[in-house]
Design a protein around this ligand. Structure first.
Ligand code: FES
Ligand code: FES
Length: 163
């Protein structure tokens, strides 16, 4: 029908649950998460791959969900910030952000935490340099980063070494 936007079926796994939705060809993964699945913890900041507010894990790697077409994620495993706190219990990283005062407006926080989560999953004892590198794609306008780095470092065995 003229004027009707065609949609395509998309199946993937989000936070361990199978999802089966229809999306427009131009829809991004961020659109699918926020608009179709109502997982609004993942934020839209720049929409251009610069700020990291939309960071999620796609098959275990951190990606900017604003830059990925939803249909590219067919069959993929996606993890969002909501997937870190099943049953409402904060993940230790989330608790550390609270404890260290690493959250101000909070807009960058879900993306920061997903990038930090990917780091500590692959490297349980990151150095400060490792943490800075892992978070370099995530911008924060509020905190000055020190508290964020300290929050992530608090999870590593014995704390991150300064190097
Ligand atoms: S909203 Fe995706 S990188 Fe800024
Ligand atoms: S806490 Fe406001 S942008 Fe990071």
């Amino acid at each position: 029908m003229p004027g009707t936007l065609e949609t395509t079926r998309l199946t993937m796994t989000v936070n361990g649950d199978p999802v089966d939705i229809r999306v427009a060809p131009h829809a991004t993964l961020l659109d699918a998460l926020r608009d179709d699945l109502e997982l609004t913890g993942t934020k839209l900041g720049c929409g251009e791959g610069e700020c990291g507010a939309c960071s999620v894990l796609l098959d275990g790697s951190v990606v900017n969900a604003c830059l990925i077409l939803a249909l590219e994620c067919e069959g993929a495993e996606v993890r969002t910030i909501e997937g870190l706190s099943p049953n409402g219990r904060l993940h230790p990283l989330q608790q550390a952000f609270v404890d260290y005062g690493a959250v101000q407006c909070g807009y960058c926080t879900p993306g920061m935490i997903m990038a930090a989560y990917a780091l500590v999953e692959s490297n349980p004892s990151p150095t400060e340099a490792d943490i800075k590198r892992a978070l370099e794609g995530n911008l924060c306008r509020c905190t000055g980063y020190r508290k964020i780095i300290d929050a992530v470092a608090s999870l590593s065995n014995g704390g991150a070494s300064h190097d």
